[in-house]
Design a protein around this ligand. Structure first.
Ligand code: SF4
Length: 346
């Protein structure tokens, strides 16, 4: 699969973002498309290439230091086996879509958010990129014969910094452009430019206050750059969603989030947003246990949360207060029907 898609991102976005910290070692699983492997290796020029039988032989080894690996992750090129699509978890917002699925075309991420649930989900900080998209497409075509599909493409990763390697975004934009009963969301903490406008694609920009980005969202784009990218996408006719999720309790969080909202309202033509999602930090019981183990000095995981239905949340009053604050700031410019909340933590 070469990157000759009509929906390839602009050349400036295909250029690798800095891989200085990453991918010095590349593992290549048996059976992966050799042309794609050569293309990727010539792009990133790793120090070492190691053939492996199955990606789990490396990715699922016991006793890995996830936080350390995130500082300089290896890349694992592999083929995904079924299942290719998963029903959305209860704490994920479905935006009113009945047949809501997410997929995993890559696992882990070049960004390093201290609160990321993937640290609890995966035993490794290394990045897996799956290359057998045709197998995904076969399964998707089968699902689409049963019902429409709303697909979140980037739940277990942020695909934009990986695009020059994976070509996942351009591939799936090609797919979605031919299917009326498929809608897709691509979520990011990057600041991509020259996004392709398609009626059934939603670009979701996760928006956080700059102090939260500085403290907890390492290597992700600044608030200013995310907002500029979102504004540019709206001007290009894209469906743009802003996601204020997860909101994080930090000292003086009211002032911190108010200041962020002033910048949002001054930059974004809010009336033209497709919608907005709002949610405060929440994490499953099992993942929080692991998060506390891997980040014993992290401030986020040690908040005195409330446990509800297997998920830890901020106390109800705090969660409600946080979400309402964003809603109030938006309400004069965006109808309430276009504002979605994380109901589980309210
Ligand atoms: S951008 Fe998303 S997937 Fe990547 S580290 Fe942050 S929370 Fe995790």
């Amino acid at each position: 699969m070469s990157n000759s898609s009509p929906h390839s991102l602009h050349p400036s976005d295909r250029r690798p973002i800095t891989y200085r910290h990453a991918f010095e070692v590349v593992y290549v699983e048996d059976g992966v498309n050799p042309d794609r492997v050569s293309e990727i290796l010539s792009l990133i020029q790793p120090r070492e290439v190691i053939p492996i039988h199955h990606y789990k032989d490396v990715f699922c080894r016991p006793h890995q230091d996830v936080v350390l690996q995130k500082q300089s992750p290896a890349l694992i090129l592999a083929n995904k086996r079924a299942p290719f699509f998963y029903p959305g978890a209860p704490v994920c917002q479905s935006f009113g879509n009945e047949h809501f699925y997410y997929t995993s075309v890559a696992m882990n991420c070049l960004f390093d958010c201290e609160y990321c649930y993937l640290q609890g989900m995966y035993p490794s900080g290394n990045v897996v990129v799956f290359l057998n998209y045709q197998d995904y497409l076969d399964e998707l075509n089968r699902l689409l014969t049963e019902h429409p599909v709303y697909l979140c493409l980037s739940y277990d990763t942020d695909l934009f910094p990986l695009e020059s390697i994976s070509h996942a975004i351009s591939y799936w934009l090609d797919v979605v452009s031919t299917k009326e009963n498929l809608r897709m969301e691509i979520r990011t903490k990057a600041a991509p430019h020259h996004l392709v406008a398609l009626p059934n694609v939603y670009y979701a920009f996760t928006i956080s206050p700059q102090p939260v980005i500085d403290a907890y969202e390492h290597r992700a784009a600044s608030l200013h750059n995310r907002l500029q990218a979102a504004k540019e996408a709206i001007e290009a006719g894209c469906n743009v969603r802003l996601s204020f999720d997860p909101m994080i309790v930090v000292p003086h969080w009211e002032d911190v989030y108010d200041e962020m909202m002033q910048e949002v309202l001054a930059t974004i033509p809010v009336e033209q947003l497709s919608d907005v999602s709002i949610g405060s930090f929440r994490i499953s019981k099992e993942y929080l246990k692991i998060l506390r183990r891997v980040r014993p000095n992290g401030a986020i995981g040690f908040y005195p949360f409330q446990l509800k239905d297997g998920y830890y949340h901020y106390p109800d009053d705090t969660a409600r207060h946080m979400q309402e604050r964003i809603c109030t700031a938006l309400s004069s410019r965006l109808p309430k029907e276009r504002i979605f909340f994380d109901q589980e933590s309210l």
